[in-house]
Design a protein around this ligand. Structure first.
Ligand code: CP
Length: 303
């Protein structure tokens, strides 16, 4: 069974194939007459809409299920929900608080399990980010990506994916938000060795891509006061973008908190690619689902 919990569940060659498939306006309808279960323990705008539309474009029928309907481990165990959804659907995708929930799903699932965001990883976002960078620069070998702020789930998946395609990743988090040794070991397993910088200016200097994310992710609301104080000085503004390469682009997975991690001028400015990046969530979701579900004969036929 092919599951997709982190971006290096694909090999670098497979990652390149998925990104190439995402550039195709149409793919054979591998989900014709079949369902896709999309489970959400947390809110979503982009992920839900992008994945639902990707399923439709592959001929399938998406059913979005909020946790208050199925009660993971409350109404029924994660394993029994997974077995149940596998009776009706060709794929099970889920946004969860705990990555362990996805891992438990994979132990009993008879269909591919796809991570739509967990506390550990956001690989579907990383696919869209990499496609957006590739559309701008072509081959990513030797290009540099500067990440400003929390080394969170989005940062980890993007760091792995960018490294798989030969990019140099630099991160500039506040000291207490750096990668842990355990996270660095996990990244190294995937061939990712990000450089950590104390000052955002040093990470961004000459970079091709500058990216950031919210200072307070879903589930961290009780840390908001402390985080706002810790992240002061880590906003991406015109002054910081001015130290990147002249051709640099700005990315943000969204939702953005204007005036906090990014200014209006950068988010709405000429270097911003955030709306293309958002649209790419759908194109990469279509490609990833197709890659997981297509037979080897179907893959051979679209080469
Ligand atoms: N970037 C992202 O995952 O957006 P949503 O939380 O709106 O799905």
């Amino acid at each position: 069974m092919n599951h997709f919990l982190e971006i290096d569940d694909l090999t670098p060659t497979e990652l390149r194939s998925v990104l190439a498939l995402a550039q195709r306006a149409e793919l054979p309808p591998v989900l014709a007459g079949r369902g896709a279960a999309l489970v959400f323990e947390k809110p979503s705008a982009r992920t839900r809409n992008a994945t639902e539309m990707a399923v439709v474009q592959l001929g399938g029928h998406p059913i979005t299920i909020r946790n208050d309907e199925i009660g993971l481990d409350v109404r029924e165990s994660v394993e029994d929900v997974t077995r149940t959804l596998g009776c009706f659907h060709a794929v099970l995708a889920a946004r969860v608080f705990s990555h362990r929930t996805l891992e438990r799903m994979t132990t009993v699932s008879n269909v591919p399990v796809v991570n739509l965001l967990s506390d550990v990883a956001h690989p579907m976002q990383a696919l869209a980010d990499l496609l957006t960078i590739q559309q701008e620069f072509g081959d990513l070998q030797g290009r540099s990506l500067a990440w400003i702020g929390d080394t969170n789930n989005v940062c980890r998946s993007l760091t792995i994916g960018a490294s798989m395609l030969g990019m140099h990743v630099r991160v500039a988090p506040p000291p207490q938000y750096e990668f842990t040794d355990e996270e660095l070991d996990r990244l190294a397993l995937a061939g990712a060795t990000p450089q950590t910088y104390a000052r955002p200016e040093d990470a961004v200097a000459g970079a091709d891509v500058v990216s950031t994310d919210t200072w307070v992710s879903m589930g961290q609301e009780n840390e908001a006061g402390e985080r706002h104080s810790d992240f002061e000085g880590y906003s991406v503004d015109d002054r910081l973008m001015g130290t990147a390469a002249p051709h640099a682009i700005f990315l943000h997975c969204l939702p953005a908190h204007r005036g906090e991690e990014v200014t209006d001028a950068v988010l709405d400015g000429a270097q911003s690619r955030v709306w293309r990046q958002a649209e790419n969530r759908m194109h990469t979701a279509r490609a990833l689902l197709w890659f997981l579900l297509a037979t080897s004969e179907q893959k051979e036929a679209v080469r």
